[in-house]
Design a protein around this ligand. Structure first.
Ligand code: BGC
Length: 270
C-alpha cells in the first residue's frame, strides 16, 4: 500500500497502543504519510522499537514511549516527553484498548474497572492533554487548517450490544458521547474530534474469532462484505480523518466494518 507523503507532511502524531494491531498499522501509515510519530506502548517494548526502527529505515521520524494510558501521571509524562521531542503535537490517535471478557454475572469489578480504565478513562486523559496543547498553540496554517485532530478508536460495539463483553461495549458506547461532547466544545477552536468504529479486524485482540477456518466461517456470517478486515482498512481511514481532506468532518464516527452494523441477520428475517 502506498501513501502520499504530503497528506500529513510536517505533522506530529501520537498513537497509543501502537506496538501491535490497529495502532501499529496507523503509526506506520501516518509515518508513510509524512508525519513524525510517537509510538506509545504499554509493555511490548521490543515490538514498539521494531515499529520505530522500520519507520526510521524508511527515512521517517519516530520514537517509542511507554505509558499506561489509564494512569494520569503516565499520560502527563508521556505528553511532556512528546512535546519535548517534537515541540508540539497535531494528531492524537487514542487507540489503546483491551478486552476482559466474561459472562455478566461472573464479571469482576477488577475486570470492569480495567476495561473502562484503559478504553474510556485512557481516551479522556489523552484527549485532555492533547487539547491543552492544541489550544495553547492554535492553528499553524502551513501545517494544517486545524489546530489539532483527535481520533478516538471506538468499535461497532458502540452501537451493537455484546453479550459476554459488557465492560467493553459500555466503554465504546461511552466513547461515542465523550467524543461528540468534546467535538462540540472544541470545534470553535478549530479542533476536530472524530472516531473510527472498526468491525472485526484481524488483530491479536480477537485472534480466536478468525484464526481457524471454522471460526472465520462463523464470523463471516456477521459481515456482509464477506471478509474479515485488515488493519490497513482502519489505518487508511485514520490517515484521512487526520489530514485536511476531511477538514469539514467533526464529531462523527466512521464505521469501517464491512457492513457489520447493517445487521445482516435481518436480510431475510424480521
Ligand atoms: C472487538 C473484536 C471484535 C469486533 C467485532 C471489536 O471492537 O475488539 O474483538 O471481533 O469488535 O465484534
Amino acid at each position: 500500500m502506498s501513501y502520499s507523503t504530503y497528506l500529513l507532511k510536517g505533522q506530529k502524531a501520537l498513537v497509543t497502543g501502537a506496538s501491535s494491531g490497529i495502532g501499529e498499522s496507523i503509526a506506520r501509515s501516518m509515518a508513510a504519510s509524512g508525519a513524525q510519530v510517537a509510538v506509545n506502548y504499554h509493555s511490548e517494548i521490543q515490538e514498539a522499537e521494531k515499529v520505530v526502527d522500520d519507520i526510521k529505515a524508511a527515512s521517517g521520524k519516530a520514537f517509542a514511549i511507554q505509558a499506561n494510558v489509564a494512569n494520569e501521571d503516565d499520560v502527563k509524562s508521556m505528553f511532556s516527553q512528546v512535546l519535548k521531542e517534537f515541540g508540539t503535537i497535531d494528531i492524537l490517535v487514542s487507540n489503546a484498548g483491551i478486552q476482559k471478557d466474561s459472562a455478566f454475572v461472573d464479571m469482576t469489578l477488577d475486570h470492569w474497572n480495567a476495561v473502562i480504565g484503559v478504553n474510556l478513562t485512557g481516551q479522556f486523559l489523552c484527549a485532555r492533554e492533547a487539547a491543552k496543547e492544541f489550544l495553547r498553540r492554535g492553528v499553524q496554517p502551513d501545517v494544517s487548517c486545524a489546530a489539532g485532530k483527535i481520533i478516538c478508536m471506538s468499535s461497532v460495539h458502540e452501537v451493537i450490544p455484546w453479550a459476554g463483553h459488557v465492560n467493553y461495549a459500555a466503554s465504546k458506547g461511552g466513547i461515542n458521547m465523550m467524543m461528540r461532547s468534546i467535538a462540540q466544545e472544541l470545534a470553535p477552536h478549530k479542533i476536530r474530534v472524530n472516531a473510527i468504529a472498526p468491525g472485526a479486524i484481524k488483530t491479536p485482540i480477537n485472534k480466536s474469532a478468525w484464526d481457524t477456518p471454522e471460526a472465520e466461517a462463523k464470523l463471516l456470517q456477521l459481515i456482509p462484505a464477506k471478509r474479515v478486515g485488515d488493519v490497513e482498512d482502519i489505518a487508511k481511514a485514520a490517515v484521512w480523518l487526520a489530514c485536511d481532506e476531511s477538514d469539514y468532518v467533526n464529531g462523527t464516527t466512521l464505521f469501517v466494518d464491512g457492513g457489520m452494523t447493517l445487521y445482516p441477520g435481518f436480510r431475510e428475517n424480521g
